[in-house]
Every structure is written in structure tokens, then in C-alpha cells.
Write a protein that binds this ligand. Structure first.
Ligand code: ADP
Ligand code: MG
Length: 385
């Protein structure tokens, strides 16, 4: 995380006003892929890459936004009273927060906001959710208001869905708000109930970027979703009370799988088994059984790559190359699929050497130099100082 004191003095120099400073983390999903829209389980972890926000009130009714990450853009100024619209620019994320909060009946006054993050942008570690959450905390503090964590997460998800125009689930915002140091969070996407599961302090999260872009907007993602939902419809035609694959079992697939398109059957088998694995992973962490967790992660990767066909050769290779590097507990592709990052659970004492060796092996085999980050399970969004 960048130094909050540095952001504070940058904000003070730029806006001539002493700010309040907030932080919200990025995240990585430990296990539970493509289970969210089936009302199932996911298990993300907040990481120690985060976005900081410094905010101070203004008296001229303007909203002035600055991001150190986009310093070349300078400041952007908006009218706090005018209707706010998206413009496919980074300012959509903080402005969307103002728009959604205004829609909830809040009167948002003018303010100056400085952002500065070290969550890699567009790498699947959810820099966007961290911007939404940190801005929401900052703006709410200005009007002396607050929301319970799950409600705040929902409002920030709406920023992305309704203002920015990205169809994402609630996981990213939820973990950024509710994460806890040295813990993963098992989230039930049906009712947003959650359980924290301990990650030992001597375990590192090594996130390896294949540098291959995932294409959630592309077509693969909606196709997979449609295929798995078609399988659910077949089950529901026999067994009402299965509106989502969350409610289906592997026995259902044995009974009625023959009536499904082969691809639908495979996609559903991934979603149903992934839900079971995700719940089991929480139990393994609870017991401190890292070996079992590693086994579940390996099984999850095979299911994601095989049954769900959601991986790519580079991600499969990154997982394969990790297998015999000392310190590995478990490795799998994380995120929406078709590229992006793998998550490797690694003994802390070996993490640096592990990251170096994995990077070397991957570059030798693909000619691509991967970005590899050594992270730790960190706390959720909060005010600093
Ligand atoms: P991801 O969430 O996986 O990092 P997204 O494409 O969803 O990728 O979000 C990245 C976008 O979020 C950036 O292109 C930018 O518009 C915005 N963003 C993220 N971090 C910052 C920041 N520190 N300052 C300004 N905008 C940011
Ligand atoms: Mg995002």
C-alpha cells in the first residue's frame, strides 16, 4: 500500500485543504468460480494492494477529482448539482458513487478527492471495486453518514452495474468492505451471509498474471453462463424448487444429465462441484488443514479448465509450472477466466523464491514476462488516522 502520509501532503499541496484519508483493498478469489450468478458460494481474500482516497470539503459546489495514477489527466471538475453521466473515463467510478448516493436521497456537497492506488489496474484484482468503496467511505464521511458493510457493498456494486455499465457480481465490493486481516471470507451469494476463515500468517498469496487478457465482455462468459443455466432448467423441469444451480446436486446430473446438451452438463458439473469445494475449503481453513485446501484448489482448477472450459493454455501452464516449486500449498486460475491471474498459496518463507522461479519458468516457456505479486490477506476498507 502507498504511504497515506504522502497522499495527505499531496492533497494538501494541491487543494490547500487538510483531508481525511481512507483506504480500500483489492482482492483475489481463493476458490468459487462462476458460482456467484448461480446464487452459490465464493471465497475471496482482501489483499495488501489498495486504493487510498483523500477528501476535503469545498464551498464552491464543485466536485474536483484527481488521481495520482492518472496524473497526466490533471484534475476534472464537475458540478455537484448537475446530473452526472458516465464518459468512459476513470472519473466514472468516483462520480458513479456520487450518483448512486444521490439516488439514495443524500445531498452531496462539493468536495476535492485525490486517489492513489497500487492495485494493478485491469489485472483482475479489482482496482475498480477498491475505488468505488474508498470513494463511498470518503463521501459518506463528508455527510456524517454510514451504512452496514453488506449494504455499502451493494451500493458500490450498483455503481459498476448502473453507472459504469459493467455487469459484475457483488463479491469484489463485498470483500473490499468486509475483509479481515489473515482471513478469507466465505460469502453466500444468495443472502450475503458470510463467515471468516483463518489464513495462517505464515502463508503468502502469490498472484501470477499470465498477461493474457480475459474477455468477460467478449462472449465466452455469457455463453458459459447460458450453458450452465440451461442445465438448471432441465433439472427444474423435473424437480421444481431448483431455480439456481446452487439448489442442484450431482445426483440430479446423474438422473437427468442425458437430457442436457453435453456442454451444458459439463458446465453444470463444474458449478455444482465448485460450490461443494468452496464450502469444503472454508472447513479446511477452519481446521488448519492446508493440505486439504491445496487438494481442493487443484481439483477446482481441473474442473474450471476441463468441465467449464474457462481456462487457456497460458493459465494451465502457469498452474502446471508451480506444482514442484518448493513451498506451494495450492494453485489455480482465479477470476472470470480465459486468462488473467493464477492464485498460489505458498509458505511465506519460500514465497519470494517461489515467485522468482515461477516467473523464470513461465517466461522461458512462453516468451512472456509475467507480473507476479506476493500478497497477504489484509483488512477491509477503513479510515486512516
Ligand atoms: P480491475 O477492477 O480488474 O482492476 P477494471 O477494468 O474493472 O479492472 O477497473 C480498472 C479501472 O478502474 C481503471 O481503468 C480506472 O478507470 C479505474 N481505476 C482503478 N484504480 C484507479 C485509480 N487509482 N485512480 C483512478 N481510477 C482508477
Ligand atoms: Mg473491476
Amino acid at each position: 500500500m502507498h504511504d497515506p502520509a504522502v497522499l495527505r501532503s499531496m492533497h494538501l499541496a494541491r487543494f490547500k485543504a487538510e483531508p481525511s484519508v481512507f483506504v480500500a483493498p483489492g482482492r483475489v478469489n481463493l476458490i468459487g468460480e462462476h458460482t456467484d450468478y448461480a446464487e452459490g458460494f465464493v471465497m475471496p481474500v482482501a489483499i495488501d494492494f489498495a486504493t487510498l482516497a483523500a477528501i476535503s470539503p469545498r464551498t464552491d459546489g464543485k466536485i474536483v477529482l484527481y488521481s495520482e495514477n492518472y496524473a497526466e489527466d490533471g484534475e476534472r471538475t464537475f458540478d455537484a448539482d448537475a446530473p452526472l453521466t458516465a464518459s468512459k473515463h476513470w472519473t466514472d467510478y468516483p462520480l458513479g458513487v456520487v450518483a448512486i448516493l444521490t439516488g439514495e436521497g443524500h445531498k452531496i456537497p462539493g468536495f476535492s478527492l485525490s486517489l492513489w492506488g497500487d492495485v494493478p489496474l485491469g489485472s483482475g484484482l479489482s482496482s475498480s471495486a477498491s475505488v468505488e468503496v474508498v470513494t463511498a467511505l470518503a463521501v459518506l464521511s463528508l455527510i456524517c453518514s454510514s451504512y452496514p458493510g453488506p449494504v455499502l457493498a451493494r451500493l458500490c456494486q450498483r455503481v459498476e452495474n448502473e453507472f459504469v455499465g459493467t455487469s459484475c457480481g457483488i463479491m469484489d465490493q463485498f470483500i473490499s468492505v468486509n475483509g479481515k486481516e489473515n482471513h478469507a471470507l466465505l460469502l453466500d451469494c444468495r443472502d450475503l451471509s458470510f463467515k471468516l476463515a483463518p489464513i495462517p500468517a505464515d502463508v503468502a498469496l502469490v498472484i501470477a498474471n499470465t498477461m493474457v487478457k480475459h474477455s468477460i465482455a467478449g462472449g465466452d462468459y455469457p455463453t458459459r453462463r447460458r450453458e450452465s443455466e440451461a442445465a438448471c432448467a432441465v433439472i427444474a423441469s423435473h424437480r421444481p424448487g431448483v431455480p439456481f444451480l446452487r439448489d442442484a446436486t450431482l445426483e440430479d446430473l446423474e438422473k437427468w444429465g442425458r437430457e442436457m446438451q453435453p456442454k451444458s452438463l459439463m458446465r453444470a458439473r463444474h458449478v455444482i462441484s465448485e460450490n461443494l469445494r468452496t464450502v469444503a475449503a472454508e472447513k479446511a481453513l477452519e481446521k488448519g488443514d492446508l493440505k486439504e485446501l491445496g487438494r481442493l484448489m487443484a481439483e477446482a482448477h481441473n474442473s474450471y479448465s476441463g468441465d467449464f472450459d474457462g481456462s487457456c493454455p497460458e493459465a494451465d501452464l502457469m498452474v502446471e509450472l508451480a506444482q514442484d516449486i518448493p513451498g506451494l500449498i495450492g494453485a489455480r486460475l482465479t477470476g472470470g477466466g480465459f486468462g488473467g491471474c493464477t492464485i498460489n498459496l505458498v509458505e511465506q518463507s519460500q514465497a519470494k523464491a517461489f515467485a522468482a522461479e515461477l516467473g523464470k519458468r513461465y517466461a522461458a516457456r512462453t516468451g512472456i514476462v509475467p507480473q507476479i505479486h506476493v500478497c497477504h490477506a489484509s483488512g477491509g476498507a477503513h479510515k486512516i488516522g
